[in-house]
Design a protein around this ligand. Structure first.
Ligand code: HEC
Length: 124
């Protein structure tokens, strides 16, 4: 009985570690007016970070994900990071994006596998 209690406590602890609180999606449109300077800066950072190489599958739409990455634990597919609000990260707030980039936690709270090199983006 005591063993079961210890296992249950350990499982609950692991669950709490493996799942962080979700961050709300942004409210429905309208999308804020595009700031051209900010857009250019983002494009430059995306190019420097080489985000496209992982987030684009062979013959796929740029940044739409689906590239298979083989790991010792199985194949991980890169995600869609286009501004599409349904399939991409268009409804993510800055807080959600920053948490993913710096801490490797998706907007819904699940931990991202370090095939996504978030550990390289933790210093600002
Ligand atoms: C080495 C390959 C690689 C590079 C380079 C890379 N990513 Fe990723 N990224 C991934 C993988 C794989 C995942 C999915 C991880 C998972 O599902 O556990 C991911 C997940 C993400 C997520 C979380 C999306 C979600 O729906 O949870 C964001 C945001 C993201 N990447 C943004 C970026 C940005 C911005 C860059 C460039 C600065 C970048 N990534 C560079 C492989 C990469």
């Amino acid at each position: 009985m005591a063993t079961l209690a210890v296992i249950a406590a350990a499982a609950a602890g692991a669950g709490a570690y493996a799942w962080q609180p979700s961050i709300d999606a942004l409210p429905e449109r309208p999308v804020p007016a595009v700031n051209q300077a900010q857009l250019a800066q983002g494009a430059r950072i995306a190019a420097q970070g080489d985000c496209m190489v992982c987030h684009t599958s062979a013959h796929g739409k740029p940044y739409a994900g689906g590239l298979p990455l083989k790991t010792p634990f199985g194949t991980i597919y890169s995600t869609n990071i286009t501004p599409d609000t349904a399939t991409g990260i268009g409804s993510w707030s800055l807080a959600a994006f920053e948490r993913a980039m710096r801490s490797g936690v998706s907007r819904d709270g699940h931990l991202l596998y370090p095939a996504f090199p978030y550990a390289h983006f933790t210093r600002g």
